[in-house]
Structure formats: C-alpha cells, structure tokens
Design a protein around this ligand. Structure first.
Ligand code: SER
Length: 880
C-alpha cells in the first residue's frame, strides 16, 4: 500500500500547532527530554509530565509557571506497560509522543478546560485542530463537580455528553509514587461503525469513543505507603497522544496508517514479501508487520537516547522489544536481518523532529542489528524446543523449559509467555523463578573464585551487549564515538580512582604485541576523561583506563576519542625500529637469534632475544650501522593482510607470543618482513636514528638490548655532547683534545700520589721516634688518632724497630670514625701479639686477631678507647 499525506496535517505540523497554541498563551515551549528519566521511580518517561515531576511536588523551583512540549514517551514495563498489546490494537504503541501543557501552581481547571476545548475545536486556519465540538465527549472523575460545572457552564458541553467515571478511568498516577490527581478526558465519537452508542462509559474497546486528551488536575503526591499529601499548589498536567490525533487528522482508521507508521509498514511488506491488510486485526502477517513497524521505531528511539540491549532493567525491556520483533520477522519467513532496514526508515520518519536520530543512525542500526543477529543464532533452535513442549496434552509449560529458553536461547520470559499463550498455555512462573534464583546463586559463588572474576564478568556483559570495539587507530588519530559503558577501574599511579571506559569506536591502540597502550582523551559535551592506558579487557574489547579530569562523562553520550599523537608517533618509530634491530641482530649474530619478548614505548624500546654470549661493543656498532642503513634507505613501509601460508612463503617472521588467526597482518619495512599487529611509520626514514643504549644478560642464553630512535636519539647525542664539553672544560682543554687532556690530568695525579707517599713515610718516621721516646722499660701503650688502620699498623712497626722497644700497643680513632688497635711484640718473641689487644678490642665494640708478632683489631666505639688502653696495659705482662 502506498499513501501520501498531501494536504493533511503531518506529524511535524501537529507538534507545531499544539505547542504554538500554548506558546501564544504564555507557555514556554520545552524540548522533549530523553526517554531515560532522571526520576528513578519509573523505567522510562511514561508521560509528558515526568520530566517536570520535581516542579509539581515542590522539590525544585520551576523556571517558568507554564510549559508546553511534545515529549517522547515509552510505556513498556512497570505501571504503564503497553508492550504486549502492540500490534493487536489500533493504537497501542511502546514509543509515542505526548503533547501536553503544564501549569506549575499557576492556572487550574478553570483555564485548563477551556484551553483544551478551544484548541480542539478552533479551525486549523485559526491555529486549532478543527475537531467538530458536537462529536466530543467528556469524562470527569465521579467526585469532581467542579470540572463538570466548568465543562457544562463555562464551555457549553451538553450534560448528555459528560460522564462521570471512577478511579480506574479518571484518576491519574505517575507510578506507585509521585504526583497524582483526578482527571478529565476528551473523547471523540467516531460513529456507529466503530461500536455501540452510549458514550465512553459504555464503550468496551474505546474504538468508537476514542480517548484523545487527558487533563490531570494534579493535587496530591502519593507516597510509597499509599498515603497522599497535598501538593504545594494545585497544578495542571495534560497529555494528548500525538499519534492518535494524527490518525484522526489524516482521516485514517488507526495509528498504523499515519505518516509516522505507514512508511514502516511499507518497508515491512517489502522486506517480508507479505501483504499488509489495512484494518485486519486477525491476519497474522499484518499483526506481525505492525509489531515490526512499532518495535523498529521504539527501539530506534530508545537506542538513540542511550538504552542498550542487556539483561538489566531498561536494557532488558529493549532486548524484549527487539527480540519480539525478530521472532515475528522469523514467523514471516525472513532469514536475513530485517531490523537494520526498518531502523533506517524509522530514522527517516523521526529525523525531522529529532535530528540526533539522523546523526546517530549508523550507531543505532549497528546496535539493533547486532542484537537481531545474536538472537537469530538461537531463535530457530529455541522455537523448535518450544514447539516440542507446547503440544496438545499440555496446559502448562514447565518452568525449567522457560528457563532453558531464557538462559541458553535468549528468549525473554515474556516472549515465551506470549508464544505459549497463543496456544492458550500458561508458563509455570514459580518453576522459572526457582531456576533463575539458583542460577544467580551459582554465579555469585563462581564470582568469589578469583579476585578479578567480578571485573571480568562486567567486561563480558559489555562485550555481550555491544560486541567488539571498532578500532580505527591504524589510520585515524581521533574518532567520533559513543560511551557504551563505564566500569570502576584500578587506582592509578597516584592512588586516584580511575574508571574503565568502553566506547563503540576508538583510535586507541590497546597494549599488545609488545606495543604499549595509547593515552589521550575522550571528550563529550559535558566533560573530558584523560585516558591513562588502553588495554584489552577481553579479546577485541578495548578498555580505556581513564580519570575524569573535567566535568562529567556519562554512558550514552557521544563524543570524540583522541589519542596523544606525539606520543603515538614516538611509539610508531620505536616499533618499526624494533623490526629493523631484529633484522640487524640476526644478520650480525646469526639466524639463531629469536625474539623472546619486546616492549615498545614512546621513550625507548626493549628487545629480548636468544643468544649464547654477550654482544660485544663492535657487534653493537655493526648492528646499529645495519639498522640505520635501513632507515637511511627511507623505504615506504607496507602493511597488508594475507593468509598465514602466504606470509610464511614470503619469509615473514612471527613475533614471539602473539596469537595470529588464519589471516595475518604483515609489515614490510626496508629489508624486513614480519607478522605484526602494531602501528608503524610510513617510511623507514621517519624513524630517524636508531641508537642502542644498553646490552645485558637477562637469563641463560637470553640477552636484552635497549635502544632509542627519533627525538630520543638526538637527545642522547646532545646529552653526550654537553657531557664531553663539560669534561673538557673541567680538565682544561678542548673537546677534540679530551683524551690528551685527561691523560695529562692522570699523570699529574700519579705524580701527586707518589709525593704524598714519600711525605707520609717521612711523617711516620718522625712520629715513631717521638713515641719511642715515651717508652717505659721498652713498652709503649698509647693513643694515636686520625690514621687509617694501615697507617697505624705501619707506625707500630716503625716504633718497634727503635732499639730497646719490646712491646707496642697503639689504639686510636681512625680517619673514618672507627677504632683501630695494633699490638706488636719484638720479632723473635714467641708470645703472640694478639694477647695484647684481644680483650681490649671488646671495650670498643670490636674484635680481631693475628698469630704472629703483630696483631690488628677494629672497633666501632671510640668512647671505649681509654678503657681499651687500660686493658691492653694490663695484658702487657702476658707477652714479656
Ligand atoms: N499524565 C497524564 C497522562 O499520561 C496526562 O499527561 O495521561
């Protein structure tokens, strides 16, 4: 079916008419808020008033007293849930827009009622919606005399078209808690073709007296315990379903034939090859196509606002919506993906009013397409199981089957319930819940297994929900991206808390193959996260460990991921340099050289390899020469993908420890050809100079070289050059005469040392004779400070040589603050000299010895020197 909406009010015009009417009455036109509410008590924005809740209940001062909006709403889950009805009726939708006007303690019923009437009945030319007032019926709450009075007396609606209904129909609550109040609804009589006469009160389906607009007289705030307290001021919240009014304005029977839905139904027909029969609510195929149309549009809008398919809360509802659609597509016989095409159409339909949908289209189709793909893997087998179980003899599907379908085949419970109910079969919910609880407990127990099990679980969820991270960093330094998930990360080096950010596309290289992870920033409208490191959380899932350094960064936001380009350039140079060094090492040392590991960072590279001997300086020079010959050749590098076999045939060498699939990435740089997943320079000349800075052993037959390239090589040269000139200056010469200058200094030092030695022995001889002079009966026991132990010993020997000296004991504080003791007896004395100082040494906290006629000892405590001398003196008789 094709239809045009020429000459009729379009969705875009309807929004403008509605909000324009109220703007002219001093209402501020407010842009639609996100479908994800700030308010935690509801899963989605279920009505136009949700974004204004805090104004109604008085938590926040409204910036305006009157507002109007066309608000995006979703009703799927919780108190307001239309999901299971979608497709079955003429007007139930998960996603819809609610037109509304709001008064925050400003006007009340007396103004809200006439406003609504005027907008409904004024002609389109006058700026109204042009409905026939005689066809409009009104309901009011059974207790609300005031509203009835206004409708009848002030507006002039005859009493026979005003009906009173109870709480079920005419009392409105946002959720289990929140603002609420009695309401009054405007219905339109679509004529006898749509049902029996008698007004909304007697209309079983609501098809004939269709509800168009709900005016809520907000007066209370409902608490969790059921009590209601009065709002600070009575307020007004009205809501009119855009799609329903549109259907009437476009002269069609249901929302499905409006300009918002028809293009989607058309696309569903063209994809499935089935024919849509307008108004046929029994035809399975038409039912299925309505589901496809609605669910494509609602999932588009949800993903656009940052909801992702998952197993939790909103994400789970989205998953249910997509999987319900996929199951209907499958029933219609499609085995290819249908959602991406439908989502594109939904994007066209909604893009005018919500330009961000157009902007995010690629991402939205990707997310929904992936979810469809995932479910299609298991759908067929799951349905076969279900078919087998849902036979005529059953009236209840076992909870364990429902759980198996949920757990292994990804069937949301509600989907299983819907399929079972198509055959009038119930699902054993208790059984299902019991299995679910048991599984949660098992998962909890398993998580305790390893310290990081919880984190890995979190990463898995991210991978499961969003699939692999798209990496654009081989070619791009920055990328538009969307923040998919933020998890708590490890503390950084300063102990500050960091987070792990996951995005859909990234230029950040995640540490692998020896190459270090990139750093940089992820910036959104509201803030910046500084990425400190990038690693693989799981294969193909890139984790940006980051600290939010400015504002906030939130899940669902779009932004820009930018790497630190200068740092990456340095890494590129070092990575390609590593390949060239590898080549040079094999050339110089032999083919036995095998890579055992590597670390490629921005400031240096490290390369570990097998070799049986130290690499000599001459070999290092040769290796550097070969590597730099390659850089000077300035050959363009070439990166290509090929099969493993082909790469092997080309002679490519594989880096140690990396995993390669069947298709491998090959780097050709100068004379080298190697398998590599890293980032590289465009031509070898980009590397600059390669300089080896160290060579060492890291194990038996394992060597390590470290090297620098690019700027770092220049910095190294500059550092060495200034070192040389400083040294030259110190030795009083020019840099090019440095060796001669240093040699002259060394000769000078040698001459001075000889001189010192001669002077010292002269000095010692003088000292010795002084000491010999104080001998009493050939015995000298005295303190001599300030000499080294060696000099003290020499002095003792010199004293002993003086004729008549039998015993010498010298004790003193040494030139370095310790204590030295020397004992000597005349040569030929059979008693060991150690007898003199053995006990004395203890007094200075030390010990020592010697067998012959000279003994030395050391101590630590100069305060014991006097005591030591006393003990030594007492020991003298032992050697005489
Ligand atoms: N909150 C009311 C409703 O959703 C009126 O906007 O119907």
């Amino acid at each position: 079916m094709t239809s045009t909406f020429e000459g009729q009010m379009t969705a875009d015009q309807l929004r403008d008419t509605f909000t324009g009417f109220f703007a002219a009455k001093d209402h501020t036109v407010v842009q639609s808020a996100s479908l994800i509410p700030h308010d935690p008590t509801v899963l989605f924005n279920v009505a136009g008033m949700v974004p204004f809740k805090d104004y109604f209940v008085g938590n926040e001062q409204p910036p305006f007293k009157r507002a109007t909006a066309s608000q995006k709403c979703a009703r799927a889950g919780g108190k307001h849930n239309d999901l299971d009805d979608v497709g079955r009726t003429k007007r139930h939708l998960v996603f819809f827009e609610m037109l509304g006007n709001f008064s925050f303690g400003d006007y009340f019923k007396e103004a809200a009622i006439p406003y609504a009437w005027d907008l409904m009945t004024e002609s389109v030319e006058q700026g109204g919606l042009g409905f026939d007032g005689d066809k409009l019926w009104i309901t009011v709450h059974e207790s609300d005399d005031e509203a009835e009075h206004i409708w009848h007396e002030q507006v002039g609606v005859p009493m026979e078209r005003i009906q009173r209904l109870g709480d079920k129909d005419n009392y409105w609550q946002m959720g289990d808690t929140g603002p609420c109040g009695p309401c009054s609804e405007i219905h339109i009589d679509r004529g006898p073709a749509f049902g029996p006469d008698g007004g909304p009160l007697l209309d079983p389906t609501g098809d004939r007296f269709m509800e168009l607009w709900n005016l809520v007289f907000m007066q209370f705030n409902q608490s969790a315990d059921g009590t209601r307290t009065a709002l600070p001021k009575p307020s007004i919240d009205t809501g009119a379903g855009l799609e329903r009014i549109l259907a009437l304005k476009q002269g069609v029977d249901s929302v499905w034939e409006t300009d918002l839905m028809q293009p989607l139904i058309d696309e569903a027909q063209s994809i499935t090859g089935h024919k849509y029969i307008v108004g046929d609510y029994d035809d399975r195929a038409s039912f299925a196509m309505r589901v496809l149309a609605e669910h494509a549009r609602s999932s588009t809008m949800l993903v656009n606002d940052g909801v992702f398919p998952s197993n939790e809360a909103r994400g789970y509802v989205l998953r249910r919506i997509i999987r319900r659609a996929v199951r209907f597509a499958y029933l219609l016989g499609t085995d290819k993906l249908v959602m991406p095409r439908l989502v594109e159409v939904a994007g066209n339909v909604m893009g005018q009013a919500y330009p961000d949908v157009t902007k995010n289209m690629g991402f939205i189709t990707d997310v929904i397409g992936k979810e469809e793909e995932r479910f299609r893997h298991t759908l067929k087998n799951g349905l076969a199981i279900l078919d087998g179980e849902l036979n005529d003899d059953t009236d209840k599907l076992s909870g364990s089957t429902a759980f198996l379908l949920h757990d292994t085949y990804g069937f949301p419970l509600e989907l299983t319930q819907e399929i079972a109910s198509e055959r009038s079969i119930d699902v054993d919910l208790d059984g299902f819940n019991a299995d679910m609880t048991a599984q949660r407990q098992r998962a909890k127990a398993a998580q305790k297994g390893g310290a990081d099990a919880g984190a890995i679980e979190g990463f898995r969820d991210v991978l499961d929900q969003f699939g692999v991270t798209e990496f654009v960093g081989y070619t791009d330094d920055f990328a538009d991206c969307r923040v998919l998930a933020i998890l708590d990360g490890p503390a950084d080096a300063d102990g500050n808390a960091t987070v792990d950010i996951f995005v859909d596309r990234t230029p950040f290289y995640a540490e692998s193959g020896g190459q270090i992870g990139d750093t940089g920033t992820i910036t959104t409208d509201s803030g910046t996260a500084t990425v400190l490191d990038t690693t693989f959380a799981l294969p193909n899932l890139r984790r940006h460990n980051a600290r939010v350094t400015d504002g906030t960064v939130s899940v669902g936001q779009t932004g820009t991921a930018s790497i630190d380009v200068l740092r990456r350039d340095a890494i590129r140079r070092n990575h390609t340099a590593t390949h060239l060094l590898h080549y040079a090492l094999r050339h110089v040392l032999g083919e036995h050289v095998k890579q055992a590991g590597s670390m490629v960072g921005p400031d240096r590279l490290r390369f570990d390899f097998s070799h049986y001997d130290a690499v000599t300086p001459a070999q290092i020079k040769q290796i550097e020469d070969i590597a730099n010959h390659e850089t000077l050749g300035n050959m363009p590098t070439r990166i290509f993908e090929t099969t493993k076999d082909e790469a092997e045939a080309l002679g490519a060498i594989a880096f140690f420890g990396d995993k390669y699939g069947d298709i491998v990435r090959v780097l050709e740089a100068g004379s080298t050809i190697e398998l590599c997943g890293g980032t590289h320079v465009r031509a070898t000349g980009d590397i600059g100079t390669i300089k080896v800075v160290s060579e060492s052993s890291i194990g038996s037959n394992l060597r390590r070289i470290e090297a620098v390239s690019g700027d770092a090589s220049v910095a190294l040269l500059q550092r060495d050059e200034s070192l040389i000139s400083e040294v030259a200056q110190m030795v009083g010469t020019q840099a090019d005469d440095l060796l001669g200058g240093v040699q002259r200094k060394l000769d000078e030092v040698k001459g001075l040392q000889d001189e010192i030695k001669a002077l010292r022995s002269q000095l010692a001889a003088g000292r010795a004779s002084e000491l010999a002079d104080i001998a009493v009966e050939g015995v000298v026991v005295t303190q001599v400070d300030g000499l080294s132990p060696g000099d003290l010993r020499e002095l003792a020997i010199a004293v002993r040589q003086t004729p008549g000296i039998q015993v010498v004991v010298l004790v003193g504080e040494t030139d370095t603050g310790g204590v030295s003791l020397v004992g000597a007896v005349a040569p030929g004395n059979p008693k060991p000299a150690s007898l003199l100082i053995k006990d004395a040494a203890r007094a200075v906290g030390g010990g020592g010895g010697g067998k012959g006629d000279i003994a030395t000892a050391g101590g630590k405590d100069p305060s014991g020197i006097a005591e030591a001398l006393r003990i030594a003196a007492e020991a003298v008789p032992q050697v005489l």
